[in-house]
Design a protein around this ligand. Sequence first.
Ligand SMILES: Nc1ncnc2c1ncn2[C@@H]1O[C@H](COP(=O)(O)OP(=O)(O)O)[C@@H](O)[C@H]1O
Ligand SMILES: [Mg+2]
Length: 288
Amino acid sequence: MSALTMNLTATASEENSFDSAPEQTVVEDTVGFPLVDDPKIRARNASVFYGDKQAIFNIDLDIGKHEVIAMIGPSGCGKSTFLRTINRMNDTVDGCRVSGEFLLEEDNIYGSKMDVVELRARVGMVFQKPNPFPKSIFDNVAYGPKIHGLAGSRVELDEIVENSLKRAGLWAEVKDRLQQPGTGLSGGQQQRLCIARAISISPEVILMDEPCSALDPIATARIEELIAELAENYTIVIVTHSMQQAARVSHRTAYFHLGKLVEVNETEKVFTTPEHKLTEAYITGRFG
Ligand SMILES: Nc1ncnc2c1ncn2[C@@H]1O[C@H](COP(=O)(O)OP(=O)(O)O)[C@@H](O)[C@H]1O
Ligand SMILES: [Mg+2]
């Protein structure tokens, strides 16, 4: 049994023990972050505040093109908050303030020239709970291409919808009922519909915030396969509370703790020979 498997087996039964924040209240030091050549996303000195409360502390991170990077760490450590900085979803939260530098290739994500609608078309998002629109399966996928004017004709729109559903691994299951409501699908199908909706406008990056946490193991396995396929064309940033999932789907893993990015390394390394003692404590199921 490899060290990776051993670590994961040892912690599997304790996976749900991280629902509350650990005892440590201060993260003293972090492991230096690796620079990525020609990254898709570059964050420097990123901080996020909710009112007076700081949720993210001075994070530096590069995310490569066609990389799947997993974000793990205890509940409340800032994974979702950091994820949402990338497509400015925090803009919609009252009292939330973001500082630092965020680049999507050479474009300043928080710059005055950035159009947020365009940003969210380039950086799509899939949420924890599948959230199809109360529309038909077809319209769920066609909506984005329509509002962004991506289809010149009905035939082109049909093609985009079909291709998106194919890439999301859902076409065979829905091709005969495209006019039925998206909300009538199973949970796993709904999540694949949401992925089809996200890719229908050809994003560069897909953010996924615990995309499988509402799904059964079979639907989860299907989404994980899909992530591997999508990585050929997109940059994927996935938040997961499952270390097993991070190990299965990601190239690199970032460990967050109390709003700090403690360590980011190759996934294999994080789960076998982590550099930071907090990472080690987390992956082996203990703290301190
Ligand atoms: N909308 C919000 N308003 C105020 N505080 C928030 C909000 N969202 C998250 N927080 C706080 O920010 C911290 C990080 O939360 P979050 O990013 O959701 O963590 P995670 O995704 O790792 O569980 C937590 O202390 C949480 O309570
Ligand atoms: Mg979260």
